[in-house]
Design a protein around this ligand. Structure first.
Ligand SMILES: [Zn+2]
Length: 487
């Protein structure tokens, strides 16, 4: 194992990155490793961020006609952009702004063929095309590797990825599958677990793979990792030790944290990241909050519009990407909510102790859905993202109202047609594994929750029905047909 780790980390993984055009990653990683993120360097960190911020603001002014006009309209001239507090004078950028003005937002200096496009995923519907330049991807990958190291994973070690379906894993052709397996074994060494199917059979198969391959790190949706943890404890499966567990993309309940800790013997760390921005923040190893990666992004916390707030302390997260010149994101409203945290009285002592702190993101609730066999799965696995990309719908929201019964709320897109509902019906049944009664509801707008978050999936199955099919009074948060948390 030691041998394979060394070969992968020193030879084959760098070659893999090179082959995929990500050859700048290790250069950035070496530079990042030399930076001081500790509290003793707080002034240095702030100065570094201010320089990067001025650079990107001036770049946006010079090379994005949309930002140029917006800044001038806000009364901000180019020479003002170097001022420390200038950010607050600039307007907030919404997803709608990006959607409607992308052509003018993109840099006029970087040729389009050198920009790499992608789409947003996650719990927020209305997927959005966005663009990066290659250097930014290298930098973000390096940052991710650095944070993975801090969270317990080292390049070359096997790890489990509890995620939904991963597009880059072939499931059909034998040769393609074989090629993927070899390439993966020599590069990322990822052991994927499809969190769509959280049932005893799949969990048992995963436990077996973990015992054989001895991964050192668990990563992914907290509910899926917690479901596995409860299963392993219940079945008294002796798992090899892990160095860390990292959860992301969903809020983690205290019960899930407890289940994970009981199984793996370590407290899971939380990460906040997105495809638009890369790494935003990661939980301190001393658990005093999530340190904001201020070399990558500038994070602001702003108040909600009146009447939208659950609690005064919860704020909207507005971010400025400090590096992406292809598509500058200046004061971008993420639609996520969290709160800033003060520095602890005593130095937390972790290697990011000089980076500002925030709470975990409270507003990315991806509600779980329940199948008639009693298994739970994340609502993100119900189709919708691909639908919106086709222009068929602008917004879509699923509400599970009963066992095998769903309301689908749709804001029609410009290409909506008669094929949409039959397509949805089939896709929904593919994940529910049963005939589903799908009740369409056409609306003009889907409102956000009180905490300001768009809910893609909402489970309203009655407690009686949950008990009937799961055989236990487990709450939705406990995920899967496993017993409820012991508390
Ligand atoms: Zn810390």
């Amino acid at each position: 194992m030691f041998c394979q780790k060394t070969i992968v980390s020193k030879i084959t993984y760098p070659l893999f990155l090179f082959r995929h055009g990500r050859h700048g990653t290790f250069r950035h990683l070496r530079r990042l490793r030399k930076l001081n993120f500790k509290k003793s360097a707080a002034n240095e960190i702030q100065a570094r961020q201010q320089r990067a911020l001025t650079d990107i603001l001036q770049y946006a002014f010079d090379h994005s006609s949309w930002y140029h006009k917006r800044f001038l309209d806000a009364g901000v001239k180019r020479e003002d952009l170097a001022q420390e507090s200038i950010l607050k004078s600039l307007p907030i950028v919404t997803r709608e702004d990006l959607r409607e003005n992308m052509e003018d937002i993109l840099s006029d200096e970087i040729p389009r063929h050198k920009m790499l496009s992608s789409k947003t995923g996650g719990s927020t519907m209305e997927p959005l095309m966005f663009y990066r330049d290659g250097n930014v991807l290298d930098y973000r990958m390096a940052f991710e590797l650095l944070l993975n190291e801090e969270a317990g994973w080292q390049i070359g070690e096997p790890w489990v990825n509890f995620w939904g379906h991963l597009d880059d894993i072939p499931s059909d052709e034998v040769m393609r599958k074989l090629k993927y397996t070899i390439a993966n074994g020599l590069s990322r060494r990822m052991m994927p677990y499809n969190a769509t199917f959280v049932d005893d059979e799949n969990l048992a198969a995963l436990a077996k793979r973990i015992c054989n391959s001895r991964p050192t790190w668990m990563f992914g949706y907290p509910r899926a990792i917690a479901a596995f943890s409860r299963f392993a404890v219940r079945e008294s499966i002796e798992l090899p030790p892990v160095r860390g567990v990292l959860v992301t993309a969903e809020p983690t309940t205290p019960e899930d944290h407890a289940a994970i800790e009981k199984c793996f013997g370590v407290r899971a760390l939380d990460r906040y990241a997105s495809r638009e921005l890369g790494m935003v923040s990661q939980e301190c190893t001393a658990h005093c909050g999530l340190h904001i990666m201020s070399d990558n992004v500038q994070v602001e916390f702003i108040d909600h519009a009146q009447g939208q707030v659950d609690s005064d302390s919860i704020k909207r997260i507005v971010t400025t990407d400090l590096h992406n010149r292809a598509m500058p994101l200046i004061r971008y409203d993420t639609d996520d909510v969290a709160s800033p945290l003060p520095f602890p009285r005593e130095d937390c002592g972790c290697c990011f102790s000089g980076m500002p702190l925030m709470t975990s993101v409270a507003g990315r609730v991806t509600d779980m859905f329940l199948r008639s066999d009693g298994s739970w799965f994340t609502g993100l696995d119900v189709p919708g993202m691909r639908m919106a990309e086709t222009g068929w719908v602008n917004q879509i929201q699923y509400i599970q109202t009963g066992i095998n019964e769903l309301t689908v709320r749709i804001v029609r897109g410009e290409k909506f047609n008669d094929d949409v509902l039959p397509y949805l019906q089939k896709e929904v049944e593919d994940v529910f594994l049963k005939p589903v009664k799908l009740n369409p509801e056409f609306v003009d707008k889907i409102e956000k929750t009180k905490s300001g978050k768009f809910m893609y999936s909402i489970c309203k199955v009655s407690a009686e029905d949950i008990q009937r099919v799961t055989g236990s009074p487990a709450s939705r948060a406990s995920a899967s047909k496993l017993p409820p948390p012991s508390q």
